[in-house]
Design a protein around this ligand. Structure first.
Ligand code: PLP
Length: 398
């Protein structure tokens, strides 16, 4: 028997052996083959931002699929040009590079940072500082920058050009800057690390340090971007503007796409042939990305995200007040919320799943709530009721 047969699957074992499987989805709901319904507040880890089987996204996808779905960046792609222009029109950026995932968008950003200094004849400036507890994806550069031993062990040799400092420690950050430092990368709201927004004052001080030392500031908004926090990107409500930004996840509403955004000054180093991606910016992915933006940029959409976020947050706060022995704190922005637990978060998540509510674990023993951005207040009430029921069962145990 070969190893694939032993595991009952030809897939590598890096995801373990999940058993729950869905056959269909609609809005905030997922259904198994036997018709069991789940309320999805994980949304593919902040990916299906407009819910499952969204008719507008299906329409954009099928129309494009029936026309042309892949050509190559050897040719002009008008859907990519339009999506790029709309990202530029609605952010700090002047230029966009499209790829297929968050890690690729992050990697593109790291390459742009290095290339920027190389083009200025300052290739000694190549090191990038990151914050502890970050997550930037699973490529070699991304794991080296986040420096989580669980992700790095057996993969990374040396420091791979990254330095790391404690989240929130400005003095440590100042001390880490050397003549070789090129940039600083951070998530404006840490996601995997435990839904932790970077305090505004700290963020402003980091921007000031970058300006003082001529460093580039890169925001990883793979999870916090595309409306998730109630603004198109989280930085827009934190009052600090980066030089580069990585986006992905919600940008395709479930179709793989990533984007690296940058100012003209920074992007100028990316001359023809300096970087590329076979699939990046395909007509299919960018047509769907445009359909996602049609919704997000619609008048009132982001306000509704904010209102839904306030509703969910206040419901979670009520549960904390009701169950202080089990829960401790609600964190995050908009519909990117974390619930810090005193009880074991993983065990609570398993009970919620058994009760029909899907959520995700994050660092700091917390539970992540990442519902669709168009989640209704009734669906939020239903999720809170499931949570309440599960928590009250806990309290009844001896
Ligand atoms: C902040 C952040 N950066 C990067 C990534 C990596 O994205 P992907 O899994 O699409 O490569 C993630 C994924 O969870 C993320 O949350």
């Amino acid at each position: 028997m070969n190893s694939a047969q032993q595991h009952g699957s030809a897939l590598m074992n890096n995801y373990g052996s999940p058993t729950l499987e869905f056959e269909s989805g609609r809005g905030s709901e997922l259904f198994t083959a036997d018709g069991t319904r789940y309320l999805d507040f994980a949304m593919g880890i902040a990916v299906n931002c407009l819910g499952h089987s969204n008719p507008k996204l299906i329409d954009a996808l099928t129309k494009q699929a029936q026309t042309v779905w892949h050509t190559s960046n050897l040719y002009r792609i008008k859907q990519a040009e339009r999506l790029g222009q709309r990202l530029v029109d609605n952010t700090f950026a002047d230029k966009v590079f499209f790829c297929n995932s968050g890690a690729e968008a992050v990697e593109a950003g790291y390459k742009v940072i290095r290339r920027y200094f190389y083009a200025r004849g300052e290739s000694h400036k190549h090191r990038i500082i990151s914050l502890r507890n970050s997550f930037h994806g699973r490529t070699l550069g991304a794991i080296a920058s986040a420096f989580n031993p669980m992700h790095c062990d057996g993969f990374i040799v040396g420091d791979a050009g990254f330095d790391q400092v404690e989240f929130g420690d400005l003095e440590a950050l100042k001390a880490a800057i050397t003549t070789n430092t090129a940039g600083i990368v951070l998530e404006p709201v840490q996601g995997e690390g435990g839904i932790r927004p970077v305090p505004k004052g700290y963020l402003a001080s980091i921007r000031a340090l970058c300006d003082e030392h001529e460093l580039l500031l890169m925001f990883d908004e793979v999870q916090s971007g595309v409306g998730r926090t109630g603004s198109l990107f989280a930085y827009q409500q934190l009052g600090v503007v980066p030089d580069l930004l990585a986006s992905a996840k919600g940008l395709g509403g479930g179709i793989p796409i990533g984007a690296c955004l940058a100012t003209d000054r920074v992007a100028a180093a990316m001359t023809a042939g300096s970087h590329g991606s076979t699939f990046g910016g395909s007509p299919l992915a960018t047509a769907v990305g445009n359909a996602v933006l049609d919704e997000l940029l619609r008048e009132g959409f982001l306000l509704d995200v904010q209102l839904a976020g306030i509703h969910l947050r206040s419901g979670l706060q009520d549960l904390i007040d009701q169950y202080p022995a089990l829960l401790s704190q609600v964190t995050g922005l908009g519909l990117m919320l974390g619930l810090r637990c005193h009880t074991d978060a993983a065990a609570l998540i398993a009970k919620l799943q058994a009760a029909g509510l899907l959520v995700v674990k994050a660092g700091g023993n917390s539970i992540r709530f990442l519902p669709a951005l168009n989640v209704t207040h009734e669906e939020i009430n239903e999720a809170l009721a499931i949570l309440e029921r599960v928590l009250s069962d806990y309290s009844e145990q001896p």
